[in-house]
Write a protein that binds this ligand. Structure first.
Ligand code: PLP
Length: 397
């Protein structure tokens, strides 16, 4: 027996563990202090009432012989038509027409980010941005793929553009981005699509935060860009859109037009899913199917607007201090430049000790994250206001 030795190449992820350990140590030493976490990457508002109602109804269906459901329908890899149709309607509103066979229901974007790699050879070269959502990096390290980095920096607004001198077969794009909150315009995405098509590369486009886009010049789906169906797979999630982080549901779009070496990637993915996956629970799928109804869209907008207001509170605070940042406008993440040339961890300690505010050091997301810091809008409005007042009082001294 031999283990997969590529796992030994993984770097230990100290980031969130260290944030948690340092915060706990500070709290233990200062039990009277009120520590506020602006590092939360999880949603905090409950599910929309329309989702709860649909899930209750689905539970009732499961309790009667006549309406009980076992495995999901095999036609679309265990996705129920009601859910697939609702996703198609949501794409139609962005001007994107999809066939039912192109929509694959998943238990979330993280699983499919890893699983989709099954259909690609291990000797492909992979391009990931730096800083990066660590899943893109680690899943490819596990497979032993060669990884090259696209530098996201202050100079390019944390939005790297294609470099024709770099050869990559699989290209990761996350927009609006975690951790930087930066979002690509349609024109910028068109440059990536043209680059990928010219090289027969495939873009893995993570749209987990697309519902936070407000400004029309930013795309909510890569398929809003001409030619994307010939070169891109889109991964999406109900987690941040509708508070499903604990429920687990997402969807992956693999267009029929996406063909490499004469083989349909849609067919390969369907084969992979029907072999290794048995679908998402009926109750979850029925809850998710309520999200993109008219009533569902209104209710999830209330929650997203709540987080957007928090993001604006943070952005206004940084504006008033003259601190450079990306995100916050079309994203729940705010990525700021640490003041006075502090390193990411120096600023973490400084904020915790002097303002009792916890954020996430940017250096934990890659070398280009050094000197930057991530705040999130997923906390309560009260805490966000309180934290910003403290940051302002501290930094304008
Ligand atoms: N993609 C990005 C960029 C994320 O930030 C996250 C979660 O934080 C995910 C995917 C995972 O989403 P899910 O909860 O659907 O697995």
């Amino acid at each position: 027996m031999k283990i997969n030795e590529h796992f030994l190449q993984l770097k230990d992820s100290y980031l969130f563990a260290t944030v948690g350990r340092k915060t706990a140590a500070y709290k233990a030493a200062h039990p009277d202090k009120d520590v506020i976490r602006l590092s939360i990457g999880d949603v905090t508002l409950p599910l929309a009432p329309v989702v709860i109602e649909a899930m209750h109804k689905a539970v009732d269906d499961m309790s009667h012989k006549e309406t009980f459901k076992g495995y999901g329908p095999d036609q679309y890899c265990y996705g129920y038509e009601a859910l697939i149709d609702s996703i198609k309607r949501s794409y139609a509103r962005k001007g994107v027409a999809l066939a039912s066979s192109e929509v694959f229901i998943s238990d979330g974007a993280k699983s499919d980010c890893g699983n989709i790699l099954d259909i690609f050879s291990d000797d492909n070269v992979v391009l990931v941005p730096d800083p990066v959502y660590p899943v893109y990096l680690d899943t490819n390290v596990m497979a032993g793929r060669k990884i090259v980095f696209a530098d996201a920096t202050e100079e390019n607004g944390f939005l790297p553009m294609p470099d024709d001198s770099v050869k990559a077969d699989i290209i990761y794009i996350c927009s609006p981005n975690n951790p930087t909150g930066a979002a690509y315009t349609r024109e910028q995405l068109k440059a990536w699509v043209d680059h990928a098509r010219a090289r027969d590369a495939v873009i893995l486009y993570d749209a987990a935060y697309e519902h936070f886009v407000t400004d029309d010049k930013f795309a909510r789906s890569i398929y809003e860009v001409e030619g994307a169906k010939e070169c891109a797979i889109e991964l999406c999630s109900y987690s941040k859109t509708a508070g499903f982080t604990g429920v687990r549901c997402g969807y992956t779009i693999v267009p029929e037009a996406l063909v490499r070496q004469g083989v349909s990637l849609n067919k390969l993915w369907a084969r992979r899913q029907s072999t290794k996956f048995n679908g998402v629970s009926y109750i979850t799928q029925m809850g998710a199917a309520a999200v993109f109804t008219d009533c569902g869209e209104r209710q999830i907008a209330d929650n997203i607007n709540y987080y957007r207001r928090n993001a604006k509170i943070i952005a206004d605070c940084l504006d008033s201090l003259g601190i450079w940042y990306t995100g916050g406008k079309n994203s729940p993440y705010i990525w700021l430049k640490c003041p006075n040339g502090m390193s990411s961890w120096e600023f973490f300690d400084y904020l915790l000790e002097n303002a009792q505010v916890v954020g996430t050091p940017g250096s934990g997301f890659g070398k280009n994250g050094e000197g930057f810091f991530r705040l999130t809008a997923f906390g309560s409005e009260e805490n966000t206001r309180k934290a910003c007042a403290r940051i302002k009082a501290l930094l304008q001294k």
